[in-house]
Design a binder for this molecule. Structure first.
Ligand SMILES: [Fe+2]
Length: 235
């Protein structure tokens, strides 16, 4: 079964991730060397700052710059999506499906970094139930101070997928809660959310090793299976 990094900012010069092709090349080489087969490139999309078509054009430009300079043999397989930041017009966006991971209905959604209300939960509900997206919530651990317990429970009751960053599992302090989410089946996806080579480096392999040590091989197999399903082309 393939090892997949579900969340990354490896495309050059498109967001606060890799700043240029040279950095992308180094990040991707490191990812490949660590045993990762596939990386989903998920540059930030902010719908209140930029139009969707402009984002897609910029993403295409970044992909072309990367492939013009880096031979595919040096890189893991790449898939293309976006990390869509929640905004109030999200469910009215006609072309939202174009932000799904290529060929799928899987949408990586970043929830707001402000206190969640019924409105946000209602919008996520619409995305799953009315629009038919498979919604993956990015790095659930980062919303602790913005998600009142009741809102978090409501979110977890929806048919969403929950992603945790591999780096969150590395420091001893505080990781138990997030390991438990995998253990209880509340979290299903792991991503490095790598942005560069230093402060937010590719570290999926380290996070997987921690999961293996704490929860066993079965936990990794479950993650790999679910991730592969979400990347299956269904269009
Ligand atoms: Fe991210």
């Amino acid at each position: 079964m393939s090892v997949i990094d579900f969340h990354s900012h490896v495309l050059p010069g498109i967001d606060d991730g890799s700043k240029d092709v040279a950095m992308s090349r180094e990040m991707l080489a490191k990812i490949k060397a660590s045993g990762v087969d596939t990386v989903v490139a998920t540059p930030h999309f902010y719908g209140n700052r930029r139009s969707l078509s402009e984002f897609l054009e910029r993403r295409q430009g970044a992909i072309e710059r990367l492939f013009a300079e880096v031979p595919p043999t040096e890189m893991p397989e790449l898939r293309f999506g976006a990390e869509v930041a929640f905004y109030s017009g999200l469910t009215k966006e006609n072309d939202l499906h174009k932000l799904c991971i290529d060929g799928t209905h899987t949408l990586l959604l970043e929830m707001p970094f402000s206190v969640w209300t019924d409105f946000e939960i209602g919008e996520v509900t619409k995305l799953c139930l009315d629009h038919g997206f498979k919604v993956a919530i990015a790095h659930i651990e980062r919303y602790e101070s913005f998600a009142p317990d009741e809102m978090m429970h409501q979110l977890l009751r929806l048919p969403v997928y929950i992603q945790i960053n591999s780096g969150t599992l590395l420091p001893w302090r505080g990781r138990k809660k997030w390991l438990n989410m995998f253990k209880e089946g509340q979290a299903q996806l792991l991503g490095s959310d790598c942005h560069n080579l230093t402060s937010r480096p590719p570290n999926l392999a380290e996070g997987r090793e921690m999961l293996r040590r704490k929860l066993g091989d079965g936990a990794l197999r479950k993650i790999d299976r679910t991730t592969a399903e979400l990347l299956e082309k269904d269009l």
